[in-house]
Ligand binder design. Structure first.
Ligand code: SAM
Length: 277
């Protein structure tokens, strides 16, 4: 039976190419093309966009991105077993899909698209998702705004909550400060375990991040030092947890009450602390 994009159903593709899911590669596949289109649509209009996808697997999300009109899609997949299935999608959309076999953690993404802004869309392997997000938020070359214009990413819900958390929120921590400093981050919708094959243990969520054009000026390494110290002992008062990096004197200099706890500080206050280091 044909599907809405004229390619075979994903279940058949997986069977024909012997793509049984490997846990070590974080493989939980999405087979419902209506759902993958919903995810791709949350990246905004894709007509004429350049998109990077991490971990296309058998290609459910890849197909959605292409069917929604992306002019160019570069997909990075570590599992060579998936390449023949992806080649079939490339044949269906001539000249628009480029598949790179490789490890996303070792990929220089900015170099892939020197000509301009790109949307990154991915149902991420959970074991590398947070690290990839940090690589995109804190690029080594320090360039900001970055090479990407938006990130539309699937995470375990718990991680999604940490990314979008503000102060006073139970999930607020280093990830929330870094994402809040440099981006507008929001959760788009949840995806239940049974939407995946095989189903993971927990609910997932799609997060959308757009870079702030002018985040508060701050040195990344200093902000990292402050959040690391503060959230390393999040239940303690800051005068205690920040002792190794200046303690009460630093807090006074930044105009912050030393009796407060890490989770009560806004992103702006963390930036102030970092700038006083
Ligand atoms: N996009 C597909 C979907 O939505 O059905 C597959 C998603 S699955 C959660 C994660 C995919 O990432 C798998 O295809 C896996 O092989 C791939 N992967 C795992 N680690 C990777 C890495 N370090 N670099 C690139 N791809 C990776």
């Amino acid at each position: 039976m044909a599907t809405l994009d004229g390619l075979p159903p994903l279940r058949d593709v997986i069977q024909r190419h012997g793509l049984d899911a490997k846990k070590a590669l974080g493989q939980n596949f999405l087979l419902d093309l209506n759902l993958t289109q919903k995810i791709a649509r949350s990246a905004g209009p894709l007509e004429d966009a350049t998109v990077i996808e991490v971990g296309p697997g058998p290609g459910g999300l890849t197909r959605a991105i292409l069917s929604l009109g992306a002019k160019k899609l570069i997909a990075i997949e570590r599992d060579s077993r998936c390449l023949p299935a992806l080649a079939e999608i490339g044949d269906h959309y001539p000249g628009r899909l480029e598949v790179i076999e490789g490890d996303a953690l070792k990929t220089n993404f900015a170099e892939l698209v020197p000509e301009g802004p790109v949307k990154i869309i991915a149902n991420l392997p959970y074991n590398v998702g947070t690290q990839l997000l940090l690589n995109w938020l804190l690029p080594e070359n320090g360039q900001w705004p970055p090479f990407w214009e938006s990130l539309t990413l699937m995470f375990q819900k718990e991680v999604g909550l940490r990314i979008v958390a503000d102060e006073e929120d139970d999930h607020y921590g280093r990830l929330g400060v870094l994402a809040g400093w440099r981006t507008d981050a929001r959760m788009v919708f949840d995806v239940p375990p049974q939407a995946f094959t095989p189903p993971p243990k927990v609910t997932s969520t799609v997060v959308h991040l757009a870079p702030r054009a002018n985040p508060l000026p701050c040195d990344v390494a200093r902000l990292e030092r402050v959040t690391h110290a503060a959230f390393g002992q999040r239940r303690k008062m800051l005068r205690q947890s920040l002792k190794p990096i200046g303690g009460e004197a630093l807090l006074t200099k930044a105009g912050i009450d030393p009796q407060r706890r890490a989770e009560t500080l806004s992103v702006e206050e963390f930036v102030r602390l970092a700038n006083c280091l």
